[in-house]
Design a protein around this ligand. Structure first.
Ligand SMILES: *Cc1c(COP(=O)(O)O)cnc(C)c1O
Length: 391
């Protein structure tokens, strides 16, 4: 950025990611340093770059950008969101316990239970917005609270100020998966959290074309430890993918505004449709987390869920959508629809799924940046076709 002293709006900082004053070429887009090793000027001297697992110039620009956007002391970029979560959970040791949001991303649940569980790390799953439930699940060996807000798919909201405050009083870390809102709409570190983790694959990348993960933290010791883990475990993002992610992030502000606008329009349409039983979207006033969400974010995500009156319609609806693709993932410019019970959340045991309401009636939509009228028309025709078949 031209003037380092000016604190620009987040839209400007996003657009200018990697646009450094390069004295040699003047390149406006940051170069891809596709090199694993860097020459040493002399014995005992380094350019600051030795080996790309430890530090790569392209990745370093991305890491500085995400740390700045989230308001953290440092950031690391990882191969996937799951790799970023692996780095975060590696902060813990055998015998440690964590408290985790109940309606959790399926892959995170699998990582905790099937991998870290084997190394003696245990977790209790609760509604993290329920302070009494947090209090009840706290053990002598509890080290952290891990939060998704909103959760996916049911859009449960956690009061980040209240929970990080509670966690601080008990000496616990607060870790937030901020994938669904991105720093454009929500900055958990400013609300008291210690660590933020992202699947960069989703809104930050934004084009359904790159896998990436990011971790941002506050505090020198924690930040150093996370950097150490990313290098020690070798979970680092490659130079080319780092560049692709930055390329996507430059338009994050525009995309998030459009995702929100489209999701709000689609949610309002669904709310009035006779085939729809319930819409789970925090922007709607009936949503139980509406007020908390409004108090800690500057906008809403583009993904949400809804329940069809009967699970019998689901197969036909998924077969009849045309513009909206029947596919997993979320956060890209293209709209996608999934069936959480059999796709994203199949790793979660049935009793947990039923307790939170991820059942045969639940569909999830990630609204892209197409025209809202086309998304609504696509859903309307798919519902009509399903009703014509099934009555
Ligand atoms: C997708 C996702 C992840 C995992 O990220 P990958 O990039 O797929 O490894 C973690 N958390 C949330 C909320 C996600 O949506």
């Amino acid at each position: 950025m031209a003037d380092e002293k000016t604190r620009y709006h987040i839209d400007s900082r996003l657009a200018q990611i990697g646009s450094v004053d390069d004295p040699v070429t003047g390149a406006v887009s940051y170069p891809i340093y596709q090199a694993t090793a860097f020459r040493h000027p002399a014995l005992g001297k380094s350019t600051g770059f030795d080996y790309s697992r430890t530090k790569n110039p392209t990745r370093a620009v991305l890491e500085a950008a995400i740390a700045d956007l989230e308001g953290g002391d440092g950031g690391v970029a990882c191969t996937t969101g799951m790799a970023a979560l692996q780095v975060v959970f590696s902060l813990f040791s055998q015998g440690d316990h964590i408290i985790v949001s109940l309606d959790l991303y399926g892959g995170t649940y699998r990582l905790i239970e099937k991998v870290f569980g084997r190394f003696g790390i245990t977790a209790t799953y609760v509604d993290t917005n329920d302070l009494a439930a947090l209090e009840r699940s706290k053990q002598a060996n509890t080290k952290a609270v891990f939060i998704e807000t909103p959760t996916n798919p049911l859009m449960m909201i956690t009061d980040l100020r209240a929970v990080s405050n509670w966690a601080k009083q008990h000496g616990l870390l607060t870790i937030v998966d901020n994938t669904l809102l991105t720093p454009y709409f929500q900055r958990p570190l400013e609300l008291g959290a210690d660590v933020v983790v992202h699947s960069g694959t989703k809104y930050l990348g934004g084009h359904n074309d790159v896998l990436a993960g990011l971790v941002v933290s506050k505090g020198a010791e924690l930040t150093e430890q996370i950097g150490f883990l990313n290098n020690a475990m070798g979970t680092v993002l490659g130079a080319h993918d780092s560049w692709l992610l930055m390329r996507g992030m430059k338009t994050l502000a525009l995309r998030m505004e459009r995702h929100q606008q489209n999701a709000t329009a689609v949610a309002k349409f669904l709310q009035t449709h006779p085939l729809v039983e319930h819409v789970y979207y925090p922007a709607l006033e009936h949503h139980p987390g509406h007020a908390i969400q409004a108090g800690q974010t500057s906008g809403n995500t583009g993904i949400f869920s809804f329940k069809i009156k009967s699970g019998a319609y689901v197969e036909a609806i998924l077969r009849h959508i045309k513009l909206i693709a029947f596919a997993e993932s979320l956060g890209g410019v293209e709209s996608l629809m999934t069936y959480p019970m059999v796709q994203t959340h199949s790793n979660i045991p049935e009793e947990i799924r039923n307790a939170i309401g991820v059942d045969e009636k639940l569909l999830r939509i990630s609204c892209g940046i197409e025209h809202a009228d086309d998304l609504i028309a696509d859903l309307a025709q798919a519902f009509a076709a399903a009703q014509a078949e099934l009555g």
